[in-house]
Write a protein that binds this ligand. Sequence first.
Ligand code: F0G
Length: 461
Amino acid sequence: MVNKMRTLTEPFKIKMVEPLKVTTEEYRIEALKKAGYNTFLLSSKDVFIDLLTDSGTGAMSDRQWSGIMMGDESYAGARSWEHLETVVKDLTGMPYILPTHQGRAAERILYSILGGKDKIFISNTHFDTTRANIEYTGAKAIDIVCEEGKDNQIDLPFKGNIDLFKLKELIQEYGKENIACIIMTVTNNSSGGQPVSMENVREVRKICDEHNLLLVLDACRIAENSYFIHHREHGFSERTFKSIAQEMLGLADAFVMSAKKDGLVNMGGLLTLRDEELSVKCKNMLIISEGFTTYGGLSGRDMEALAIGLEEVFDEDYLHYRIRSTAYLGEHLKAKGIPVVWPIGGHAVYIDAKKLYKNIPVNQYPGQALVCDLYIKGGIRCVEVGSVMFGKYDEKGELIPAPNELVRLAIPRRVYTQSHIDYVLDIFDDILEMEDANTGYKITYEPPFLRHFTAHFEPIK
Ligand code: F0G
C-alpha cells in the first residue's frame, strides 16, 4: 500500500477570532525605524504573524475559559489554588508548591537564596532570564551543553543534553561546596530548543547524589520534551507523555516552570520543591515579593486555567500536532535551502543567520538583520538569539560574540493554522532573493542587563 502524506490538520476548531491587520512594506519600514529596529519595541497591531515567542501567546481552550469563570478569588486557601496544587503535586511528586506570576519570579526567589558572590551554577544551557537572575546575585552561570549540541547540523535525538564529563570536571574544579545547584533546562531553549533524554537526567541525578548537589529542572516545556522521549528514547514508546514527565520530575529536587509555555496559559509560573527547609525560605520570599502562598502572583482564575492547561497539554493529539507543526515549518525551510538548526526542536525553528547572511560580519549582528528583514518583507516578528542576546564586551570594548548567531521563529500554541505558516514560508522566498542586498546593524543604545529587550539599532549604510 502507498503511504499517503496527509495534511497535518489542527486538532481543534476555532470559535473566536482576532483580526490581523495587513500592512504594506512601506508602512513596516517606518514602524521598524520608530521601534529602533528592535522587534520587541514594535506595537503588536503592526505585526502580521507574531513568532517572537511561544511564551504566554497561546490560545486557551473552551474548558480553560470555563475555568476562568469558575475561578475562586479568595485571598487564602482558594478552591482554584487547591485544584492547581493537586494537579501540580500529582505531576511533580513534590510536596511544596509555590505559585508565581511567571517563570522568572520563581527563578529570582530560588536563585537569590541559592546564589550569591562566588557561587557556581551549572546548566546544559541557562535561559537568558535564568542567567540574569543568577548573575544579579554575584554568582557565575556556566553552560555545558553536550558536544553534539554545538553542531547545528548533526542529526541526533537529544542534543539538549548536558556534557556529563564536563559536569564532573567542573565539580572537581570548583569544589562541591561552591556549587549552588545543577539546572537542567528541558527542552533546551537557548540551545536550539533541543530535547534532553531521560538517561541524561538520570546520570545527572547520580552525579548530584554522589556530591550532595541540588538538581533543578527548568522545565517549562516538559510535555514537549516527553513527546521526544516517547518517540526517540529506547524503552519509552509504550509510556504516556504524562508518565514520562512524572518520571523526569521525580529525579529533580526542584522544578521551576514558566507556565506560559506548557501550562497553556497567558500568565503564570511555578516553583516546586522537595526540601522543607528550602521551601520555608522560598515561601518567605514569595510572600514578600509575589503574594500569599496560596496565590503567589496569580488570580484564582489564572490558577484554574493553569490547572486545566497542565492536563490538556499531555493530550496525545495535541502534542502530536504541536511537535509536527513546528517540524513542518522547519522541514520546509530546510527544503528551500535555509540553514536551520537540525533536527527541529519542539517550540521553535532556529535559523543560522551567520550561514544565511554570509556577507554580514558577526559584529554587525547578522541575526538582527534577518529579524528586521522578516518584519519588513512579511510583517513577521521573531527574535535574535545570538550576539545581541548573549554577546559581551572585552576590556577594549570589542564584542565577544555568542557561539551562534541564530534567529528563532517560536510557534505560539494553538494560534496559527497551516496557511499562516505557509505564508511565512513564502516570505522566505523573498529573503532568499535579497541574499546579498542585506545590511548589518549597529547598537546605538543598550542597558546593562538583558539588552536585547530594549536596545536600539541602526542599519549600517
Ligand atoms: N526558563 C526557560 C527555559 C524559558 O524559556 C523562559 C522563558 C523562562 C525560564 C522564564 O520564564 O518568561 O515566564 O519569566 N522563555 C520565554 C521565551 C520568554 O521566549 O523563550 P518567564
